[in-house]
Structure formats: structure tokens, C-alpha cells
Ligand binder design. Structure first.
Ligand SMILES: [Mg+2]
Length: 109
């Protein structure tokens, strides 16, 4: 899977979400997408804590690595949905940030 196909598939999901749960405007969609990231980040945090045996036993008993992976994917997916709402070119901005980071740490010298 490429970043382009990932974003394209999430653009389809975004259209579906906008039809199924229509919000008044761009501002409300941006707010909702941002809150969703926070929700998913909380779920990922919960799974990480569980993986470290820092949650109650009933959660620890049900732990599986797949849960961590699923919540990781939910965080990334919800970030992409926000990127789509904000008209961010995910591929371009990630390459820009990678270049910035490589330059900052002198990785290409
Ligand atoms: Mg989730």
C-alpha cells in the first residue's frame, strides 16, 4: 500500500462519514476529527498500558498485540481523516518533515 492509496481510501471513508453523520460546516468537521484523534489516542494509550501490565487484571487478561496494532491504525486513520478535512497533502508534508529531520540531525552528511 502506498501513501496515495491510503489517503484515497480514507477520502472514501471521509465522504461516507460526511454523508452518514453530516456536520454543519468545515469548522465542525475539523473539531470532530480532532476530538476523534484524541479518543483514538486514549484507546492506544490504554492498550500500551495494558501491554505493560499497568491496567487492571481483567484488561491484562484480554490483551493481545493485535489490539495495540488496531488502535495504532485508528490513530493514524483518524489523523489522515483530519488531514483530508484540512486539505493537507499527507505525502508531501511527510516528505518535507523527513527531509527536515534528516537535515536537523545531519543524517545526509
Ligand atoms: Mg479505536
Amino acid at each position: 500500500m502506498t501513501i496515495d492509496s491510503l489517503v484515497k481510501q480514507y477520502a472514501e471513508i471521509s465522504s461516507f462519514l460526511n454523508t452518514r453523520w453530516p456536520l454543519k460546516n468545515h469548522e465542525q468537521r475539523t473539531f470532530a476529527r480532532t476530538m476523534k484523534i484524541m479518543e483514538e489516542l486514549g484507546e492506544l494509550s490504554d492498550e500500551i498500558l495494558t501491554s505493560m501490565n499497568l491496567q487492571r487484571n481483567t484488561k491484562i487478561e484480554k490483551f493481545s498485540k493485535e489490539n495495540v496494532e488496531d488502535e495504532f491504525a485508528d490513530v493514524l486513520g483518524s489523523l489522515i481523516l483530519l488531514g483530508i478535512e484540512l486539505d493537507i497533502d499527507v505525502k508531501e508534508v511527510m516528505q518535507r518533515k523527513i527531509n527536515f529531520t534528516r537535515d536537523r540531525f545531519g543524517m545526509d552528511e
